[in-house]
Design a protein around this ligand. Structure first.
Ligand code: 9G3
Ligand code: MG
Length: 568
C-alpha cells in the first residue's frame, strides 16, 4: 500500500480526553476515531490489526473443531424473558421497540439466541458434542465507557458456545477451548496469564480469564512463584494464618477521639495495622452482617457474597451503622454485637487486638476471640496480597500483577438449556438437559491490550502477527529518481514475497516520516537514502529493539521476509 493512496490521519498532539496509552496512541496513529461515547470508527489501520486478531482466532477456533455461524445483533425480548434475564439486567441492556411496538435488545451476548437455535435442532445425543462461534459487534450500555477500545459500549467479540451430553463431556469441550485460547494469545505475540476467575452474573460452575499483563490493567491477578496456580484476586484463595501463642491480656477501653480509620487509630495507638481488626457492616439481601478482617487486609465482597449466598450485597450506610452498633461510623466492633459475624481466616486465633467499642470516640484493646466474642463463622473473605503463601503448593508465594481481561471461558452447566428447555434423548431414549459452555474473546480490546503492553515514548510497537503492516519502506528523498526506483522495486518484491508493506512515498521531510513510522508501530522499517543507495545499501530498523543494520539492497527482501516468516 502506498501511503499517499492510503488513509492514516496521524495526530501530533495527544487528545486530552484519552487517559490510557492505548487510547492515546490509537487516536494519534489514526487507527480509531470516536463516533459517540464508547463507540468508535475502526479506521483502515485499526481495522487491519483487528482483522489480524480475528484471523488468528478463526484459525484456532476452526482447528479446535468449532463451527462459525453469525447470529443477529437484534434480539427479541421474549428469549430474554424466558431466561429471566430481561428483568435481571438494567440500563446496561440497550432495549428498543420496532415499528409494531415489539420489544428488542441490541445483543450484549448470545446465550439465549444460540440456545434457541439448539433447542429447535438438537434431539439426540448423537448430535453432540459441537461448538458454535461467531465474531460480531456486541453492545453493552456501560455507565462510564472510557479508555477507548478497552471499555467501549460497542465492541467486537468472538463468542462461542459448546453443547454436550453431560458435565464431564462439557469439561472436555472447555479444555479444548482453554488450549485454543492459549494458542491464540501466544500467536498474537502477547504476554498473558490464564487465571481462575469468578463466574459473575453469568452463573455456571467455574471459569478462567485470560489476562494480558500490563500495569494499566484494571484487574488484579496473582500467580504462584513455584506452581501453576494463578487467579483473579476476586477469587484467589488465602491460606489460614498460623495461630498466635500470646497470653490474652485483660480487655481495656481506650479513648480514641475522632480516630475512625485504620490509619488514624493505629497511628494514635502506635500499633501496626495487623494488630487491629476492622468490623465492616454489610447488608446481605437487606440483613446487616458484620465482616471482620485484619486491619492490613481488604474485604473481598465477591467471596463474602458467595459465602452468604445472597442476591444483593452492599456496604451498610451511615444510618444502618449507627442503628446496629449504637455508634457513629468508625467505631464498630464485634464485642456485644448481636448480628451475624463472619470473621476472615486471618482473624482466627488472633489475641490482644484492637477493635471499635461500638461507642463514639472509643476503641477496645486486648480483644481476644472466644473470651470477648465468638464469630458466627470463619471464612476466607479477604483479598490475597502480594507475598501471601500459595494455597496450592507448600513452597511458593503469590505475586500480584495487573491484567487486562481479553478472554473469559465459562462452564455454564444447564443454566440456559434448563431455562429454554434445550434437551436431547439419550441412548435409552430418556430426555436429558444439554450441558453448555461459553467462551469469549474481546477482539477489539485485544488490539488495545496489545498496545498497552507494547509501546514506548515514540508510539506503538506492534508484534509482527497483529501489526497492520509487517514493513514500512521510507523513501528519504522522493525527488531522487534512483531512491524512488529502488523503493518501487523493494515494494513490489516484498509484496511478491508475501510481506505486507506500507510504502511511505509522501513528499515529506524524513524526520516526519520516521516519527510517523515509530508512532504507528510497524515492526520493520527499510530506509532508502541516496548516500547508502550509492553503496548499494539500505537501512533496516527494528521498531522493537531500535537496532539498525545496513543491508545490501539485493538481500533486503530475503532478510525482511525471513524475519516476518519467523514471527508468524
Ligand atoms: O457475556 C457474558 C458471559 C459470556 C462471555 C463470553 C461470551 C458469551 N457470554 C457475561 N455477561 C457480561 N455482560 C453482560 C451485559 C449485559 Cl447488558 C447482559 F445483558 C448480559 C451480560 C453477560 O451475560
Ligand atoms: Mg469476563
Amino acid at each position: 500500500m502506498r501511503y499517499t493512496n492510503y488513509f492514516i490521519p496521524t495526530l501530533k498532539e495527544t487528545p486530552s480526553d484519552a487517559e490510557v496509552v492505548s487510547h492515546q496512541l490509537m487516536l494519534r496513529a489514526g487507527m480509531i476515531r470516536k463516533l459517540a461515547a464508547g463507540i468508535y470508527n475502526y479506521l483502515p489501520l485499526g481495522l487491519r490489526s483487528i482483522r489480524k486478531v480475528e484471523t488468528i482466532v478463526r484459525e484456532e477456533m476452526d482447528r479446535a473443531g468449532a463451527i462459525e455461524l453469525l447470529m443477529p445483533s437484534v434480539q427479541p425480548a421474549e428469549l430474554w424473558q424466558e431466561s429471566t434475564r430481561w428483568e435481571q439486567y438494567g440500563k446496561e441492556l440497550l432495549r428498543f421497540k420496532d415499528r409494531k411496538d415489539a420489544e428488542f435488545c441490541l445483543g450484549p451476548t448470545h446465550e439465549e439466541v444460540v440456545t434457541d437455535i439448539v433447542r429447535r435442532e438438537v434431539k439426540s445425543y448423537r448430535q453432540m458434542p459441537f461448538n458454535l462461534y461467531q465474531i460480531q459487534a456486541k453492545f453493552r450500555d456501560e455507565i462510564r465507557p472510557r479508555f477507548g477500545l478497552m471499555r467501549g459500549r460497542e465492541f467486537i467479540m468472538k463468542d462461542a458456545y459448546s453443547f454436550d451430553v453431560d458435565s464431564s463431556a462439557s469439561d472436555l469441550s472447555y479444555d479444548k477451548m482453554y488450549q485454543a485460547y492459549r494458542r491464540i494469545f501466544q500467536r498474537c505475540g502477547l504476554k498473558f496469564r490464564a487465571v481462575e476467575a469468578d463466574t459473575g452474573s453469568i452463573g455456571g460452575s467455574s471459569s478462567h480469564e485470560f489476562m494480558v499483563l500490563a500495569d494499566s490493567g484494571e484487574d488484579a491477578i496473582v500467580s504462584c512463584t513455584q506452581c501453576e496456580y494463578a487467579a483473579n484476586v476476586e477469587k484467589a484463595e488465602a491460606r489460614p494464618a498460623p495461630a498466635e501463642h500470646a497470653e490474652p491480656r485483660p480487655l481495656e477501653k481506650v479513648e480514641t477521639p475522632a480516630k475512625r480509620s485504620v490509619e488514624e487509630v493505629t497511628a494514635f495507638l502506635g500499633i501496626p495495622s495487623s494488630a487491629l481488626v476492622k468490623t465492616l457492616l454489610v447488608v446481605a439481601d437487606g440483613t446487616p452482617v458484620a465482616a471482620l478482617v485484619r486491619g492490613d487486609h481488604d474485604l473481598n465482597e465477591i467471596k463474602l457474597k458467595h459465602l452468604l449466598g445472597c442476591e444483593t450485597l452492599e456496604m451498610a450506610n451511615e444510618e444502618m451503622v449507627t442503628r446496629v452498633t449504637g455508634a457513629p461510623v468508625g467505631f464498630a466492633g464485634p464485642v456485644g454485637l448481636n448480628i451475624k459475624i463472619v470473621a476472615d481466616l486471618a482473624v482466627q486465633g488472633m489475641k490482644n487486638f484492637v477493635t471499635g467499642a461500638n461507642a463514639g470516640d472509643l476503641h477496645l484493646k486486648n480483644v481476644t476471640i472466644g473470651r470477648d466474642f465468638t464469630p458466627t463463622q470463619y471464612a476466607d473473605i479477604r483479598n490475597v496480597v502480594h507475598g501471601d503463601p500459595c494455597p496450592r503448593c507448600e513452597a511458593g508465594h503469590l505475586e500480584l500483577w495487573r491484567g487486562i481481561e481479553v478472554g473469559h471461558v465459562f462452564k455454564l452447566g444447564t443454566k440456559y438449556s434448563e431455562a429454554l428447555r434445550a434437551t436431547y434423548l439419550d441412548a435409552d431414549g430418556k430426555e436429558q438437559i444439554i450441558f453448555m459452555g461459553c467462551y469469549g474473546i474481546g477482539i477489539s480490546r485485544t488490539v488495545a491490550a496489545c498496545i498497552e503492553q507494547n509501546h514506548d515514548a515514540d508510539g506503538i510497537i506492534f508484534p509482527i502477527p497483529i501489526a497492520p503492516f509487517h514493513c514500512i519502506v521510507s523513501a528519504v528523498n522522493t525527488k531522487d529518481a534512483e531512491v524512488m526506483a529502488a523503493c518501487e522495486s523493494l515494494y513490489l518484491d516484498l509484496r511478491a514475497a508475501g510481506v505486507e508493506v506500507l510504502f511511505d512515498d509522501r513528499d515529506e521531510r524524513p524526520g516526519i516520516k520516521f516519527k510517523d513510522a515509530d508512532l504507528i508501530g510497524i515492526p520493520l522499517r527499510l530506509v532508502v537514502g541516496s548516500k547508502n543507495l550509492a553503496d548499494g545499501k539500505v537501512e533496516l530498523k527494528s521498531r522493537r529493539t531500535g537496532e539498525v543494520e545496513l543491508l545490501p539492497l539485493a538481500g533486503a527482501v530475503e532478510k525482511v521476509r525471513n524475519i516476518v516468516a519467523e514471527a508468524l
